[in-house]
Design a protein around this ligand. Structure first.
Ligand SMILES: Nc1nc2c(ncn2[C@@H]2O[C@H](COP(=O)(O)OP(=O)(O)OP(=O)(O)O)[C@@H](O)[C@H]2O)c(=O)[nH]1
Ligand SMILES: [Mg+2]
Length: 251
């Protein structure tokens, strides 16, 4: 898995190989040292993420972290939201290279800042901080952070958002939710994109809903067709509810 950032060490749940890993760490001073360093990095990241959230809170901005594997439809959903979401929003984009996604968002008349991570397979709070000096705090109600396309590592890094939106597309297969539990446990909403492809893939919606709810009881699962916009209103209603929920915590 990811050797750049050590994301793979985040084993905090039951696995049948858990004991082996713990024993390995205990008996291997080098591994033990590495785990301590990663814990320190994550704790520093969490502290920075809290600072980012506090900055958003100060300006009454609700922030959503969008995560999925590459190409699930995060940017396309943002483009469609630009036409319909009744809130002023801004977007922080994360990709290894290029500013393509930020350009797509700007083409819709929305402020966007591109973070290029180079080799890193996820955004972290330190990276997101780089976007803040230019962020239009005074003219924004909602911030979206589009994370690097990756169904594993972004789940381990708090980026200062209030809520997580996790996308999975029909062509990826209905087993992805179960196979990537760390990500789906973090989801406040699961959005199944490319619903127009359902007849071409053996994607069982009921099974996807069931597995999502096993990992995160009560999580809403929305089917989205970005070609027709079907499902977008449901997502907008959810964003609206979360926005109101967030504002209540500030008063
Ligand atoms: N058929 C169909 N295609 C879609 C849908 N949503 C997105 N796409 C297509 O899927 C491709 C990838 O979409 P993006 O929005 O760029 O995906 P992304 O998640 O932002 O990708 P990364 O930023 O690279 O991780 C594009 O060709 C979109 O047009 C959908 O609902 N149906
Ligand atoms: Mg994108």
């Amino acid at each position: 898995m990811c050797t750049d950032c050590g994301c793979s060490t985040g084993h905090n749940h039951e696995h049948n190989h858990k004991e082996t890993i713990n024993e390995d760490i205990k008996n291997n001073p080098q591994l033990n040292h590495k785990v301590k360093i990663i814990e320190k990095i994550l704790s520093k990241n969490n502290q920075m993420a809290d600072e980012i959230r506090a900055e958003f809170d100060k300006h009454k901005i609700t922030c959503f972290n969008m995560m999925s594997s590459p190409g699930s439809g995060k940017t396309t959903t943002l483009e469609n939201l630009a036409d319909k979401l009744p809130y002023k929003f801004a977007v922080i984009e994360g990709d290894l290279e290029t500013s393509k996604d930020a350009e797509r968002i700007r083409n819709k008349g929305i402020w966007s800042f591109q973070l290029q991570t180079g080799r890193a397979c996820h955004l972290d709070a330190g990276m997101v901080k780089h976007a803040l000096p230019e962020f239009p705090f005074e003219n924004t109600e909602i911030a979206f952070i589009e994370n690097v396309g990756n169904l594993v590592c972004p789940a381990s890094y708090d980026v200062g958002a209030h809520y997580n939106m996790v996308f999975v597309s029909v062509p990826e297969g209905d087993d992805k939710i179960e196979k990537y539990p760390v990500m789906f446990r973090k989801a406040d909403i699961v959005i199944i994109t490319k619903a127009d492809m359902i007849d071409f893939f053996d994607f069982n919606i009921d099974y996807a809903k069931e597995t999502a709810n096993k990992l995160k009881p009560g999580v809403p699962v929305v089917l989205l067709n970005n070609k027709t916009g079907e499902g977008l209103d449901e997502i907008i209603n959810w964003i609206d509810a979360k926005r109101k929920e967030h504002l209540k915590t500030l008063s």
